[in-house]
Design a protein. Structure first.
Length: 422
């Protein structure tokens, strides 16, 4: 009989950008120990639907890879290890902390099933450090993502993520700066700071620095970095140094994604958020006064339990009151294990209708923003030969090919769908 061929592991990533970042780390860890004939599924737990999709994906991968060993990890594996351990398609379940540890992968490569337990998931709340495995250059050839924080100390009533990610913990500023210097040396023109609760960065470090301190330090110590972005933030936690950076640092891109979730005070209280409607509006106004070209994205949940039509109207109006551009709309999905799951549910058809109305409002905001850019000059970071993004993250389609990874300065010629043209 012909000798069985060893094949490198395959990876499937579900969920957020942080999961995608960590998948890149797992690829390196698995390659270092020579793990083969394996399929790794990095799951998401943000909604019950996300867990259902993970189970569906695992069954599909088993059909496609009958001889492979299937490893399940990520937030859903952390919060519901028994769910995946009970699946006949699954060979091993590893937690969010374990997936970033070299010894986990070494153990699986040496003896996949024999002496290692099927479930390796420890108490994520006991983890006190961020993973030491940093990826230089995850992202496109033009933009790199740097994980500076993990976990969350807040307990929003709809959210299971703290139980999948653990408590907030930060990467020291010096480590972050050193990594960004390496990325710039490799030719990256833009770096994005990422985390689960980015504005909590520094609270667990000596002297308790804040996110704005980190941003200013990066821009000072890495003068050759052309563009710095920060991903989703909690606006109520924006510190004075961050506002200073928005006002004075042109290399900090004028685009913030805000974790708003709702625009009604009662719903915000029932979500156990830390801001009220007026706080969100005030922040958006203040940041735009400091940086007139600032644009906002936002997460908004449609149909949170107990939400009435008038409460929803406040969320819908927040889109224009804050002048939001890029909306991420989430129809509420009941998540067992969260306090919100015990609250009176909104009718499913009403949830769908409200989500559609929010998306329509978001589409109108995008169209207005794009029209306003026509004729204006922009510095566009090319993601491939024909597409790049402005400082505010709008897509720009080029007719003539450009060099990937370079920053091109040009006037916007027009609008085509949800893209600008140049």
């Amino acid at each position: 009989m012909p000798e069985k061929q060893n094949t490198p592991p395959k990876f499937t990533t579900l969920g957020c950008r942080l999961n995608a970042y960590e998948t890149e780390a797992m690829k390196e860890l698995s390659q270092q120990v020579g793990l083969d004939n394996a399929v790794i599924v990095n799951t998401c737990a943000v909604t019950s639907e996300a867990v259902r999709k993970a189970r569906q994906e695992i069954r599909k991968l088993r059909r496609e890879n009958p001889e492979a060993r299937i490893i399940v990890t990520g937030c859903a594996a952390q919060t519901e290890p028994e769910t995946f351990a009970a699946m006949g398609e699954v060979d091993k379940v590893i937690g969010n902390s374990e997936k970033m540890q070299p010894e986990t992968w070494a153990g699986m490569a040496a003896d996949f099933i024999g002496e290692t337990e099927k479930v390796q998931v420890d108490d994520i709340m006991s983890v006190t450090e961020t993973a030491g495995h940093l990826i230089d250059g995850f992202g496109t050839r033009s933009r790199a993502y740097v994980q500076v924080q993990n976990g969350c100390d807040h307990r929003c009533t709809f959210c299971i993520i703290p139980y999948g990610r653990g408590n907030s913990r930060s990467v020291p500023a010096g480590v972050v700066v050193d990594q960004i210097k390496r990325l710039v040396d490799k030719g990256y023109n833009e770096v994005v700071l990422t985390g689960v609760d980015l504005t909590s960065w520094g609270a667990d470090l000596p002297k308790e620095p804040q996110l704005g301190d980190l941003v200013l330090r990066i821009l000072k110590l890495v003068p050759d970095l052309p563009r710095l972005r920060i991903s989703s933030i909690d606006s109520i936690e924006a510190d004075d140094a961050l506002m200073q950076a928005i006002a004075t640092e042109p290399r900090l891109m004028p685009h913030l994604h805000l974790s708003l979730q709702a625009g009604d005070d009662m719903i915000l209280k029932r979500m156990k958020r830390r801001h009220l409607r007026d706080d969100a509006i005030r922040f958006c106004e203040d940041a735009r006064k400091l940086r007139p070209d600032m644009t906002y994205g936002a997460d908004i949940i449609a149909g949170f339990p107990t939400e009435t039509e008038s409460m929803f109207a406040n969320s819908l109006k927040l889109v224009t009151d804050c002048d939001l551009t890029w909306l991420h709309v989430f129809p509420y999905s009941q998540r067992p294990g969260t306090p919100a799951a015990r609250m009176p549910l909104v009718d499913g058809n009403d949830i769908k209708s409200r989500a559609a109305r929010l998306r329509n409002a978001g589409q109108a905001q995008v169209e207005m923003h794009l029209r306003q850019q026509v004729g204006k000059p922009h510095h566009i970071l090319m993601e491939n030969t024909h597409m790049g993004r402005t400082e505010q993250f709008s897509e720009v389609q080029f007719e003539a090919p450009q060099m990937t990874g370079q920053i091109v300065t040009t006037k916007i010629a027009g609008v085509l769908g949800r893209k600008l043209t140049a």
